[in-house]
Design a protein around this ligand. Structure first.
Ligand code: HEC
Length: 102
């Protein structure tokens, strides 16, 4: 029993030690291209994360961006209207698209 307790303590101690590390996450204000729909993207996509997530994907298809917006709405519960989703999709395809529909 004592052995078990010791093992349990050994496992727990490093976890507490990790939590004490003073870590600061910097906020980087990534910029997106200005154009038709960029205001709608700003209003709908900045509330949870920076534009870094979008820029990191590189240039992608219309379908790819459609799925990403859908994922934000269904998985992460982003409150984005269908009308705005369409505007955002067209914006992302125009400025961060690869010319392919799917
Ligand atoms: C309700 C919060 C929320 C909103 C609003 C939101 N996202 Fe996200 N998004 C997330 C979360 C959470 C992640 C995942 C973060 C992680 O995995 O570290 C994410 C990740 C991403 C990624 C990375 C790829 C991936 O599949 O995880 C992309 C691209 C992205 N979001 C695009 C968008 C776009 C475009 C919009 C606006 C239409 C948007 N997000 C709005 C919550 C949100």
């Amino acid at each position: 029993m004592k052995k078990l307790l010791l093992i349990a303590i050994l496992f727990v101690v490093p976890l507490f030690a990790q939590a004490k590390i003073d870590m600061e996450v910097p906020y980087i204000p990534y910029k997106i291209k200005m154009g038709k729909g960029s205001d709608v993207v700003q209003a709908n996509c900045l509330m949870c994360h920076s534009f870094g997530y979008i820029l990191n994907q590189g240039h992608q298809s219309h379908e790819f961006w459609h799925k990403k917006i859908k994922k934000m709405i269904t998985v992460f519960k982003a409150p984005i209207s269908e009308k705005d989703a369409k505007v955002i999709n067209n914006y992302l395809f125009k400025y961060y698209g690869n010319g392919k529909m799917n």
